[in-house]
Design a protein around this ligand. Sequence first.
Ligand code: TXA
Ligand code: MG
Length: 347
Amino acid sequence: MAKRTRVIRVDPDAPQVAAIAIAGRAIRAGGLVAFPTETVYGLGANAFDAAAVAAIFAAKGRPAHDPLIVHIAHMDQLTQVARQIPPLAADLARRYWPGPLTLVLKKSERVPANLTAGLDTVAVRLPDHAVALALLQAAAVPIAAPSANQFSRPSPTSAQHVIDDLRERVDVVLDGGATPIGVESTILSLVDERPRVLRPGGIVVEALRASVPDLAYEPIFFAEDDNAAPAPGTMLRHYSPRARVILFSGEDDAEVYAAMRAEIARHEGVGLLACAADAAEFADLDIAVERLGANADEAARRLFAALRALDQQGMDCILARAPAKAGLGLAVWDRLLRAAVGSLVVV
Ligand code: TXA
Ligand code: MG
């Protein structure tokens, strides 16, 4: 049933108490509230309310096998959602929370089974955004929140992206402007023999490695196949715009650019995701360009908005160079490869 979506502007640094109270009440009443975090916008509901959690899956069109992240406001709530918390989790929480690090731990009995897709583990984080924290305080319950996009689409980094995808499916949208990091949290599993990065994100792997020497990370890209359910978050098709995305990679700039020009000539409406040097290289061509900026942090901040912008201009194909896998570049590379559904041309 269509909801009457209420969009409320809030100051991202000092959110208005009245707005937060409305959103907090909506959560407590079993409703859905979209809110900014430091990474992307989340689509939130009371994590202890199985029916509200089910409504998140329905609103996003998300398959039941893909578990949600629980957001907490303070360390006391960690023991409400997780059990057998290892000392490393407490160390990492002290070091990185509030912040874009999600820890996968053994789940507590209070967390409903649909939230974790039937798994015995739960993903949890304490976000670093005044609006998210104020909402968590007002709701006084942990909040389950995936990214507030339609399933498999680019994540939302502005309230407008949320409205474009989920209009009439959410009760309240707290509009706190653009999200500062732009890619999702790093997910670190602490339930296996070795700590394992399941998704590169806002806390860069190089930094984590300094605190966790035996850290494991192997990218997994699960191609669509009806015979098996993928491990959570490994779907190859993810973050995809409507346009086809093709990535290019290679040592020699001239050869990479030549391959990109050949590809551009094959299409009607081509869009380019470009760093400054790429934009200069293709300045002679009449194609749509979305700039990703001068470094990996800027690229992370702009990536999802750029994919959405090229889609809105009706491009049938989007080209980009695969970024270097250092710092936030690793998260950008991971998102781009999934957006491209594995279409990578190595020159
Ligand atoms: O930055 C973020 O993490 C954002 C903001 C809103 O906090 N949230 C986010 O949620 O990216 P979502 O649903 O788009 O991604 C959640 C992912 C799942 O797809 C899955 O990969 C992983 O978290 N996940 C959740 N529970 C898990 C579990 N028990 N074991 C392994 N992975 C899990
Ligand atoms: Mg998501």
